[in-house]
Write a protein of this length. Structure first.
Length: 213
């Protein structure tokens, strides 16, 4: 792809991001409002969950989601596993991906794109290989190549390699294909893990064990 064409497609990508985010926020506002009331009833305040993640150029961003877990702790004050704290309304919101709708605000702000490598936890930052750090050359996304090719069923090395492939092979056509496949998965409510930690180790835990750095 020529530099001029790439520039045009990147501008179109941002225009699509803004347009879709605005439409989704308006159309789903009643759904988010009802979901927020249900979250408030089950888990109490706050309704929204903000978490720092690593964004483009390894800058910190604050990702916004509907809260899906309680703050229940064990006798020693430690948070219970996600699978225990995510229950009732929280499980439904995750299964239907409704908890992710507020991230459209992040898209409007420019923290996220609709499509790109998912923003991950700050504590993972020291554990990427040089090649995997290419994922930080673009805006992170709400969905991405890894999410439509196995998501939490993939090993971390496979998942991060898909992020790199997305960066290297990026085109507007690739984004549109990923969005279409994501829509199908959302409608089928497939590929969503209520408790990802029950399926796979966190990246830092896995790489401490394997020695990959």
């Amino acid at each position: 792809m020529s530099p001029a064409r790439r520039t045009i497609e990147l501008r179109l990508k941002r225009l699509i991001d803004i347009t879709v985010a605005l439409v989704v926020l308006v159309v789903t506002a009643p759904v988010v409002a009802v979901a927020a009331l249900l979250v408030l009833a089950q888990f109490g305040s706050p309704v929204f969950f903000r978490q720092e993640r690593t964004g483009r150029y390894e800058r910190r961003i604050r990702v916004l989601k509907l809260r899906t877990m309680s703050d229940d702790r064990d006798a020693e004050g430690r948070l219970l596993p996600d699978g225990v704290r995510c229950r009732g309304v929280g499980r439904t919101l995750r299964r239907l991906s409704i908890d992710e709708l507020p991230q459209m605000v992040n898209v409007l702000r420019g923290d996220l794109s609709l499509v790109g490598p998912r923003p991950l936890l700050l504590r993972y930052d020291p554990w990427y290989t040089d090649r995997e750090r290419k994922r930080f050359e673009v805006r992170p996304g709400i969905t991405g190549l890894a999410q439509v090719n196995g998501r939490n069923d993939l090993a971390w090395t496979e998942r991060l390699e898909l992020d790199v492939r997305y960066v290297l092979d990026w085109s507007l056509w690739l984004d549109l294909r990923i969005l279409a496949r994501t829509a199908g998965k959302v409608l089928r409510a497939s590929g969503v893990a209520v408790d990802p930690s029950a399926q796979m180790l966190d990246l830092d835990q896995e790489r401490r064990l394997t020695g990959v750095r």
